[in-house]
Ligand binder design. Sequence first.
Ligand code: ADP
Length: 453
Amino acid sequence: MIQKILIANRGEIALRIIRACRELGIKTLAVYSEADVQSLHVQLADEAICIGGPKSSDSYLRADRIISAAEIADVDAIHPGYGFLSENAKFAEQCESCNIKFIGPKSNSIRIMGDKAVAKETVRKAGVPIVLGSDGPVASEVEAVKIARKIGYPIIIKAVAGGGGRGMRIAHNDVSFAKEYHVASNEAEKAFGNGAVYIEKYIEKPRHIEFQILADSHGKVLHLGERDCSVQRRHQKLIEESPSPFLNSDLRKKMGKAAVRAAEAAEYENAGTIEFLVDAKGNFYFIEMNTRIQVEHPVTEEVTGIDLIKQQIRVANGEKLDFDQGDIKFERHAIECRINAEDPARNFTPSPGTISLYYAPGGLGVRIDSHVYSGYTIPPHYDSMIGKLICHGTTRKLALQRTYRALSEYIVRGIKTTIPLHKAIMSDPVFIDGKATTAYMEDFLSRTPVDLF
Ligand code: ADP
């Protein structure tokens, strides 16, 4: 039985995991960098150990120090959260070999899904549609152009080592391809230390619709419905909701089954997400699997009433999922807004600093997952998300009204945030009509005066 968990993460997700552990009667160990001494996860965990300097590469990415901390504090399991080491197969393996449970899939599943070419081939064999593209990294510009012509423009160039929407470029013909190919490769080299890129057919104005998977170690694989994450800026998600206003029940069933098959093909265990792009005609294509808990997991929790973090811990403990696909009810609509310390009126420049006053909204159907408080200083070393607002209602209309109401109550002084931007989106007819594709934000920003947010 798991009795003590090390949380190899920071911010709101660390807090989220502590909350689940407390309800399960499991002790927690926080690890933290010198920049996070003030952080709530350090204060709320049962124990805390400093593992290094502010830079992630000196702390949250130091597998050796994290495992040492786990051994010193005698924990049974490590929860990696999202980002940092969460999709690092070697780290999962190190945990396994030190007899510490890694709360996530087996390292082999991470490896399969972590290599985008292997992932696509694996799910294709299981009968899941994939986006046409190169078989793995392209060797040279000459080879890449040949493949691009064969697939047909427009083409998207993506970094093999990519993530978080970085290192992607779009080309519409041979001339722009030559330019974008080098830009993408150089960007990838700088951001990830690996310049390798692969190419795919660029699906125009698709929806990003992903399915939440939950699988135990006894072969049961279930899906917990979808999340529509089409509202993105520079391929990074800003708003997520479930159910998707685009899917009908036939397509939802078809995609849910495909998602389960994709997870089964990787012998998947624990929580994970199968991401699809869906075109205007309802054709859907697998793009990747995230082998970890995701930022937007609360949307699914609010719709289904299932605590995903607790399920992750139970699965890691070897327990069977005690419900079947037919038992999962989708009775509510939920919307999540990512609150970032950024100035949307100034091209989303980061706005770190001290929060002089913080007041979070509440009331029926409102949930806040956040690690910040009045007087908290946002360190400049990590991502800019300071919290998530998740509102639910029995209908999409109610969830929208509630989100707008909650955003209007939210007070964060001392820094700039995306709260006013979210308010503007919640009153935008295109979003209200459920018509947003991944092209939505660019259009919204071009037609909305900045003084509105
Ligand atoms: P990352 O691993 O960086 O998150 P993904 O492959 O998940 O990258 O893609 C992130 C986003 O980029 C998608 O949600 C979508 O908006 C866009 N995208 C990725 N691949 C394609 C494609 N083939 N056609 C159109 N848009 C794409």
